[in-house]
Design a protein. Structure first.
Length: 239
C-alpha cells in the first residue's frame, strides 16, 4: 500500500513529548473527524452511503452525540436505521418457514445483530490517517538522522501504536535497518515501561498514611499516563 508522508505533524507530535506521539496525533484527528462528520459531509452522497452501510461504533457515536450538532447526527442515524430495517425485513423474508428449514435458521441472527457494533466509518477513516503518520515515522527513521536522534530520545509508543509501528516497519523496511528499528524501539519501550511501573507503584503507596507526607515525585499523574501507555489515546490528558 502506498502512503503519503505527513512529516510536519509527526515532528510536532515528537516535540510535544509524552508517552506516545501517535496518541497526540490521533486525539487531534479524532476531534477533526467529529467536525467533519457533523459538518458538510452530512449532505455528501458518498459519505452518507458509507455511513448507511457501516454506521459508527459505540465510542464514536458518543463523540458525535456530544459534538454539538444533533441534527446532523440524527440525519445520518435515520438513514442508517432505515437501511438496517430494510436489511432485517429482507433477511426475514428469505427465511424458510419452520417446516421447510433444518434445525438451524439460515441466517445467523446473533452475528447479524453483533455486526452493528463492529463496523464504524469513523474508525476506518481515523485508522487510515494514523497509518500515514506511522508510515512517516518509519520513513523518517530510515532517511533522517536528526529524526532518529529524536526517536531515540522519546518514550516510544502506547502499546496499540507500538504494534502498528512494528507492523509498518515489517512492511516497509528490510535488512539491517529493520532489525535496528525493532531492536531500538523495543529497548525504548521496555525502559519506559519500567519507569512507569515504578511511578504507579509509588502512586499506590502514597495512599498509605505512612507515606502521606512524602513527595509524589512524578507519580501524581501516573495512573492516566500508564493507562494511556497500555490502552491508547483515550487516556491522553486525563487527570
Amino acid at each position: 500500500m502506498k502512503y503519503e508522508l505527513e512529516t510536519i505533524p509527526v515532528w510536532d507530535a515528537y516535540r510535544a513529548g509524552g508517552e506516545c506521539p501517535v496518541c497526540i496525533l490521533e486525539k487531534k484527528n479524532e476531534a477533526q473527524n467529529v467536525k467533519y462528520f457533523l459538518g458538510d459531509s452530512v449532505m455528501d452522497p458518498d459519505t452518507r452511503v458509507a455511513a448507511n452501510e457501516k454506521g459508527f461504533c459505540v465510542y464514536h457515536s458518543e463523540l458525535l452525540f456530544e459534538g454539538g450538532h444533533k441534527l446532523g447526527l440524527a440525519l445520518m442515524t435515520h438513514t442508517y436505521l432505515a437501511r438496517f430495517l430494510a436489511d432485517l425485513r429482507r433477511k426475514r423474508a428469505e427465511e424458510p418457514d419452520a417446516k421447510a428449514r433444518s434445525k438451524r435458521p439460515s441466517v445467523e441472527w446473533p452475528a447479524f445483530f453483533r455486526a452493528t457494533r463492529s463496523a464504524c466509518l469513523f474508525c476506518e477513516r481515523l485508522a487510515a490517517t494514523i497509518d500515514r503518520y506511522v508510515f512517516t515515522i518509519v520513513y523518517l527513521y530510515k532517511k533522517d538522522e536528526d529524526f532518529r536522534k529524536t526517536f531515540h530520545a522519546s518514550n516510544g509508543f502506547c502499546l496499540p501504536h507500538l504494534a502498528r509501528a512494528l507492523e509498518m516497519a515489517e512492511e516497509n523496511l528490510s535488512g539491517a535497518i529493520r532489525e535496528e528499528f525493532t531492536r531500538e524501539l523495543l529497548a525504548l519501550e521496555e525502559k519506559r515501561l519500567a519507569v512507569l511501573e515504578g511511578e504507579i507503584d509509588w502512586f499506590t503507596q502514597k495512599f498509605d498514611y505512612r507515606n502521606q507526607d512524602k513527595p509524589w515525585g512524578n507519580s501524581a499523574d501516573a495512573l492516566p499516563r500508564v493507562l494511556q501507555k497500555l490502552k491508547g489515546h483515550r487516556f491522553l490528558d486525563r487527570k
